[in-house]
Design a protein around this ligand. Structure first.
Ligand SMILES: NC(=O)c1ccc[n+]([C@@H]2O[C@H](COP(=O)([O-])OP(=O)(O)OC[C@H]3O[C@@H](n4cnc5c(N)ncnc54)[C@H](OP(=O)(O)O)[C@@H]3O)[C@@H](O)[C@H]2O)c1
Length: 328
């Protein structure tokens, strides 16, 4: 698997990263043997980045990632997790973040974790009910993160690049995180490409490009739009059955309907299916450090690895995808 620099950290990341979230649910709800087989396959394929969070399965994802890496005797994988503030925790941000890091380490069964991100969205204003932190709130998060770096509990820290585009960019400029998560897919490629202003969804105004210039690592999320880019509304039995879109249509169905416009990628023989197109689209952006894939089972993962190994999409296909978004 191709490796890419993770900003200026000195870490390298596999171009396809292992999503341990709750949408696919593999590392939360699958049987032990399915998780074990998938993680073992990942390591053998050179995929050594696992993205977890305390929110995924209320800690279960972290517990499973830590336990399975130990069972396989893998001590050099890169693990990311996330802290998330809610309710009264906004009154004591530093202490909350420090406690959440301790709890994550306990669940992971580790004394240190490679990278911790914020999981809250970012906005100009704090909106507790929406789980949104303000840019100012992040100053207190960063103080706690830096303390955790000094004490060796975490190696690097980053932000969730979801929320209001201007606020995300302000936070990146003010605090210089090591990495960010960013929504990036064929339905919303704006984090990597400039599209014209008729584009109907959130415009991230080339966040990936800007972060790369600043030496900040970029982690692509939702590369399959939560599964909608498969072109089918059917969900795997282990997957979250109701997926709320991020920065695309109002509903999952709307996103699925929009995939019809991308079927030319199959008829013009660029790819065999839209999952392949989506994965290869994400990794075509050489500024993206790693593209996370969300999974329900081993089979989905094996296919994702095969697709990623086919490499980037041809320039002609990329051009057509971006023109389609610009015309939307
Ligand atoms: N920072 C954040 O706030 C944030 C937010 C979201 C995600 N993330 C991270 O990013 C990771 C990926 O995100 P995600 O799971 O939300 O979205 P995603 O990768 O866009 O979509 C995952 C879904 O795609 C479908 N899929 C995967 N492989 C397939 C295949 N080979 N064939 C057909 N369908 C396939 C599955 O749905 P079906 O049920 O249709 O099979 C799966 O549940 C997460 O695990 C998490 O680590 C972070």
């Amino acid at each position: 698997m191709e490796l890419r620099n993770f900003g200026s950290t000195g870490l390298t990341m596999p171009v396809l990263g292992f999503g341990c979230g709750t949408v696919g649910g593999l590392m939360v709800r699958a049987e032990h043997k399915e998780m074990l087989k998938s993680v073992e396959y990942a390591i053998d394929a050179g995929i050594n980045y696992f993205d977890s969070a305390r929110m995924y399965g209320d800690g279960l994802s972290e517990i499973h990632v830590g336990a399975i890496l130990r069972e396989l005797g893998v001590s050099d994988a890169l693990v990311g997790t996330k802290v998330r503030l809610s309710g009264s925790e906004f009154n004591n941000i530093e202490a909350t973040v420090s406690t959440q890091i301790e709890n994550s380490l306990r669940r992971l069964g580790s004394e240190t974790v490679d990278i911790v991100y914020t999981h809250n969205t970012v906005g100009k204003e704090r909106k507790i009910d929406d789980g949104q932190v303000s840019v100012e709130d992040l100053e207190h998060v960063v103080i706690a993160f830096e303390k955790a770096v000094k004490s060796g509990k975490i190696r690097y820290w980053g932000f969730n690049g979801l929320g209001e585009t201007n606020a995300i960019k302000s936070a990146v400029n003010l605090y210089s995180p090591s990495g960010i998560h960013t929504c990036y897919n064929m339905l919303n490629p704006t984090s990597g490409y400039s599209v014209n202003n008729t584009f109907p969804y959130q415009n991230y105004h080339e966040l990936i490009t800007e972060c790369t210039k600043k030496g900040i690592g970029t982690v692509g999320i939702r590369i399959l739009a939560g599964g909608a880019l498969s072109g089918s509304t059917n969900r795997h039995p282990l997957a979250l059955q109701d997926v709320a879109p991020i920065a695309t249509g109002d509903t999952y169905q709307e996103d699925v309907d929009r995939t019809a416009a991308y079927k030319f990628l199959i008829s013009e023989s660029f790819v065999d299916n839209l999952v392949e197109a989506s994965i290869r689209f994400a990794i075509s952006n050489t500024n993206l450090s790693t593209a996370l894939i969300g999974l329900s089972n081993f089979d989905q993962f094996q296919k994702a690895v095969d697709f990623a190994n086919k490499g980037p999409l041809p320039a002609e296909a990329l051009d057509k995808i971006i023109k389609l978004c610009s015309a939307a």
